[in-house]
Design a binder for this molecule. Structure first.
Ligand SMILES: Cc1cc2nc3c(=O)[nH]c(=O)nc-3n(C[C@H](O)[C@H](O)[C@H](O)COP(=O)(O)OP(=O)(O)OC[C@H]3O[C@@H](n4cnc5c(N)ncnc54)[C@H](O)[C@@H]3O)c2cc1C
Length: 506
């Protein structure tokens, strides 16, 4: 046996993003000693979670519920906003609808039914939330009207969420080891015994009765992307964390865990064509107010099929399928004030022109004549008798085109015109491990692997084809909290069992 360094703890958690840190807080507050292994250095802690805006989707029944989540909301803020409601049923329906009814009903029920109490739990652990005025509401007649079932974000966005969770975990006594890459699970017929990891280059072990995997999916691994998502996915831009390369999933599969969910599917959006991988400010999500054309000058998708946060996660794949994997987003003067903040960043691939003819010449890689014909046909097909309203699905559509636009269709005829070159950027993968309603990882016989739990992106079965914005963080928190509680109970029951057997032996 080697003389490798060995740590001991009750519960070991792999990863230090949202799901992992919720699991850590939950296991520690349930009376166990917790150690977290994080592959990244401390300066890059938090995985994909750090790259989010902290937008989180949960069910609520009106302002009284929201006041519990955001106790700092002022009367003025409440009076100047129409937050509406978003019931558990609506959240569940959204999960079913956007996944073409493939979401696992048991996991989706847990996610939606436990979303509000999990928000209360996060709030009790000092995570602070504020309304998303900028991106999820437009001001009409002095009132912010929220839409799309997602109305709050964490203070300080993703980095704010990660800092709050890490500070709380530290306060409770959780130990986090950075530069620690988990490579193998230590496992026998009795269940989990710990994790082998490389810490600052040295093979090390942590012995524990319970292990929680929360190390994200494999979007940053080109080989796994190509293997599971298919050809061209190696060519996609990778967003978010460079560290989510699939080891957590692989380690569990190696000991007989059951794969589950949409292994050929991923959350992938449209964003700047030329930004390097893992850069900030990639996505370009105001397409519902304009059109997208490919190299042939043709539209290829219903840009206004639904609110942006119900379509953005599936449209990246469609862009990847276009010739040379790019598209241009086109807007005219009438809607340019509605473009999101990311369109104003310095590093954007943008062209501007006073006439459509001039614009057509500037669209790199696009058949200019075909583009002009496409715009002409599009402008002629719009039901301009229906009023434009960005706050609702306004039904202002096109008629008679082979690719319909269902809402927010405006003629593109007032210069100056703006166009943005986009490609596909993968955010996270949908396939992963199978868990039950206790977050216990299932084996190939659909039995729980004693002591092994999972939460977050590496759990399969929730998202298929598409995803409702804000559900990733909620899923990590709901299943992380459950995993932490159950891992702690498991350790305690094992300890009690060993105590009983040693007493009976004596
Ligand atoms: C740009 C961007 C914006 C997003 N915006 C939102 C949003 O606003 N709202 C929302 O709900 N979702 C959003 N998402 C999705 C969201 O980030 C994820 O669903 C969620 O953060 C996943 O949490 P997680 O804890 O499972 O994984 P992560 O937060 O990615 O954490 C996984 C951690 O595991 C670590 N790790 C990986 N392998 C190992 C290993 N072998 N050993 C040790 N550690 C390992 C990683 O370094 C990482 O820290 C966004 C994603 C991106 C990329």
């Amino acid at each position: 046996m080697s003389d490798r360094f060995v740590y001991e703890t009750d519960v070991v958690i792999v990863g230090a993003g949202n799901a992992a840190m919720c699991a850590a807080i939950s296991a520690q507050e349930n009376g166990t000693k917790v150690m977290v292994l994080e592959k990244a250095p401390e300066t890059e802690k938090g995985g994909n979670t750090t790259f989010t805006h902290g937008s989180i989707r949960f069910a609520y029944n009106g302002v009284e519920d929201l006041k519990q989540i955001m106790p700092d909301l002022t009367t003025e803020e409440i009076d100047s906003a129409d937050f509406g409601t978003y019931t558990e049923e609506e959240f569940f329906d959204d999960m079913c609808r956007v996944t073409n009814y493939r979401t696992d009903p048991e996991l989706a029920s847990l996610l939606t039914n436990k979303s509000f109490e999990t928000m209360q739990w996060l709030q009790s652990h000092k995570v602070r939330f504020i309304p998303i005025y900028g991106r999820q509401a437009f001001k009409i007649n002095g009132v912010f009207k929220f839409w799309g079932g997602m109305i709050v974000e964490t203070v300080g966005g993703g980095p704010g969420l990660v800092d709050s969770l890490h500070e709380e975990a530290k306060r409770l006594g959780v130990k986090v080891l950075f530069n620690a890459i988990a490579t193998d699970l230590i496992h026998d017929d009795e269940g989990m015994q710990g994790v082998i990891f490389k810490h600052e280059g040295k093979t090390t072990e942590v012995r524990a009765k319970s292990v929680i995997l929360a190390s994200g999916g494999f979007h940053a691994n080109q080989e796994m992307r190509t293997r599971y998502l298919g050809t061209k996915w190696d060519l996609a831009h990778a967003r978010g964390s460079r560290y989510n390369t699939g080891e957590g999933i692989q380690m569990a599969l190696n000991i007989g865990a059951m794969p589950f969910g949409n292994w050929s599917g991923a959350h992938a959006v449209g964003g700047d064509r030329y930004l390097p991988d893992f850069s900030e400010g990639f996505q370009k999500l105001s397409y519902p107010f304009g059109i997208m054309v490919n190299a042939e000058g043709k539209r290829f998708v219903d840009e206004g099929a639904d609110f942006r946060n119900y379509t953005y996660a599936k449209y990246g794949k469609l862009i990847l399928e276009q010739p040379d994997q790019f598209a241009w987003q086109i807007f005219d003067q009438k809607v340019s004030h509605l473009l999101r903040e990311e369109y104003k960043f310095r590093q954007v691939t943008k062209v501007k022109a006073n006439t459509l003819e001039e614009l057509a010449e500037k669209l790199d890689g696009v058949d200019a004549d075909a583009f002009l014909q496409e715009i002409k046909a599009y402008n002629a097909a719009i039901r301009s008798d229906i009023p434009f309203n960005p706050n609702i699905k306004d039904g202002r559509c096109t008629e008679g085109l082979s690719v319909r636009k269902s809402n927010w269709a405006n003629t593109i005829d007032e210069g100056p015109f703006e166009a943005y070159a986009v490609t596909c950027g993968i955010t996270f993968t949908f396939g992963g491990l199978r868990i039950n309603n206790q977050s216990e990882v299932q084996d190939l016989m659909l039995q729980s692997i004693p002591g092994l739990y999972a939460a977050g992106e590496l759990v399969g079965g929730l998202f298929y084809f598409n995803y409702p914005g804000g559900a990733g963080l909620m899923a990590g928190s709901v299943f992380g909290k459950i995993a932490g509680e159950n891992a702690a109970h498991f350790v305690k029951s094992q300890d009690e069992q060993s105590l009983r057997s040693s007493l009976s032996e004596n």
